[in-house]
Write a protein that binds this ligand. Structure first.
Ligand SMILES: CC(C)(COP(=O)(O)OP(=O)(O)OC[C@H]1O[C@@H](n2cnc3c(N)ncnc32)[C@H](O)[C@@H]1OP(=O)(O)O)[C@@H](O)C(=O)NCCC(=O)NCCS
Length: 166
């Protein structure tokens, strides 16, 4: 398995991930197909601007190579201040095998090496057991619960932070 940058041809993988009701259960429900496809262009622009990393998790089994998930690290404002947030997805057929742990850890390592990232925030839903366990396992500190705006809705989330500088 490997991580690679998002590519213009990733539309079908985005649709598989973001139009799946199970995948989007904690993320406001499935996107319409056009919205998922449009997200590729948005993410390519994010990477090109230097304000984010969008990595695709590629697995070689079963052949041919296929996208099993994605990890995104992006700068934006949180509570009115400049900040960075990370999010992740692994498709149902690939879950429960440590893929998210491996991939998120890889992205955090790359951000550490890059040197331009400091505190990273994550906001998994309070009932998103896998994501909350992932945060704990990767060394994030739980700040507490909060209401987090996403896709014009408010979600009851946990707030985790990890300082990449030390
Ligand atoms: C969250 C998600 C990425 C986890 O992917 P994964 O590859 O299955 O995760 P891993 O196998 O690396 O496991 C990570 C942790 O979650 C736990 N876990 C995995 N699946 C789980 C499940 N269904 N229920 C509870 N815990 C689970 C693992 O045991 C592990 O915890 P541990 O280290 O304490 O044992 C995946 O479930 C997903 O994409 N969900 C839908 C999208 C989503 O909610 N994204 C998060 C937005 S913040």
């Amino acid at each position: 398995m490997r991580l690679r940058d998002v590519e213009p041809g990733d539309g079908p993988a985005y649709v598989r991930m973001r139009c799946d009701p199970e995948m989007m259960a904690h993320l406001g429900g499935p996107y319409p197909q056009e919205r998922a496809e449009a997200q590729v262009g948005h993410d390519l622009a994010l990477v090109a601007s230097g304000a984010g990393m969008v990595k695709m998790i590629v697995v070689g089994s079963p052949k041919p190579e296929t996208v099993a998930g994605t990890v995104t690290l992006w700068r934006h404002e949180i509570d009115g201040a400049a900040a960075a947030e990370i999010g992740w997805m692994v498709l149902p057929g690939h879950q429960g095998q440590g893929l998210a742990r491996w991939a998120v850890s890889g992205v955090l390592d790359e951000a550490r090496r890059d040197g331009r990232w400091s505190v990273v925030h994550a906001f998994p839903g309070v009932e998103n057991d896998a994501s909350n366990r992932l945060c704990r396992r990767l060394g994030f500190t739980l700040v507490g619960e909060r209401e987090t705006p996403f896709r014009d809705q408010l979600f009851r989330t946990n707030h985790w932070v990890l300082d990449l500088r030390g």
